[in-house]
Design a protein around this ligand. Structure first.
Ligand code: ZN
Length: 214
């Protein structure tokens, strides 16, 4: 099965780190699911989400590939495959599965992916932390949008605001991609934070609209 063979391979981010297999004590790549010597399932270890899913560390990822990798690994880790194994091996497979879920959920969402990639590059984004936001233009924009929403009296008026914000959000995905491609982390951070605000606004607009319909 090709996916199993790939799992022991080198990390996409370069230099593969090796740890000792808990079972045979032989060297095994830190991101490997199975020891290539004795075949024992390994623990999840300290691998970043991209490497864990066999992807290059980049904001631009292929959604289909992400999905395929994730499902392939989860299939290999399915509890049925470990039913006859020891309690330790079942626990390791479960831990691997949890780690893969976390990696997948982070990378599948463009906002979480951008925030996570910023962190890998040493930037603790305000989009992740509950840090004070130091961007007057962004705060002003957020305030004006909220006021406009508060003043919107009809579903049509809310719809207009929603369409505009959704368009901005799509544009931001492309801005974030370009900023990462240019390694402009400040720009990537600003766009990511703005995307977070826009999403919050879209959620508020959705709630206000459903309140209006009741
Ligand atoms: Zn081994």
């Amino acid at each position: 099965m090709s996916v199993v063979q790939n799992i022991g391979g080198a990390g996409a981010a370069g230099g593969t780190e090796f740890v000792s297999c808990w079972s045979c004590k032989g060297p095994v790549a830190s991101r490997a699911l199975f020891c290539h010597t004795c075949g024992a399932i390994q623990g999840p270890g300290q691998t970043d989400h991209f490497t864990r899913l066999g992807l290059e560390r980049s904001y631009d990822i292929d959604d289909d590939r992400l999905e395929k990798q994730y499902l392939g690994y989860q299939r290999v880790l399915h509890p049925d495959r470990f039913a006859a194994k020891s309690a330790k091996e079942r626990a390791l497979a479960e831990a691997q599965s949890v780690a893969l879920n976390e990696a997948y959920e982070t990378l599948e969402d463009p906002l979480k992916r951008a925030t996570y990639l910023l962190r890998l590059k040493g930037v603790i984004s305000e989009a992740a932390a509950d840090k004070t936001v130091n961007d007057p233009a962004l705060l002003m924009e957020a305030m004006e949008k909220r006021e406009a929403l508060a003043e919107a009296e009809s579903a049509d008026a809310i719809e207009k605001l929603t369409v505009a914000a959704a368009g901005d959000a799509i544009q931001l995905l492309s801005d974030i991609s370009k900023a990462f491609a240019a390694d402009d982390l400040d720009a990537a951070n600003r766009a990511t934070l703005r995307l977070k605000y826009l999403r919050k606004f879209l959620e508020e607009a959705r709630l206000r609209r459903s309140a209006l319909e009741d």
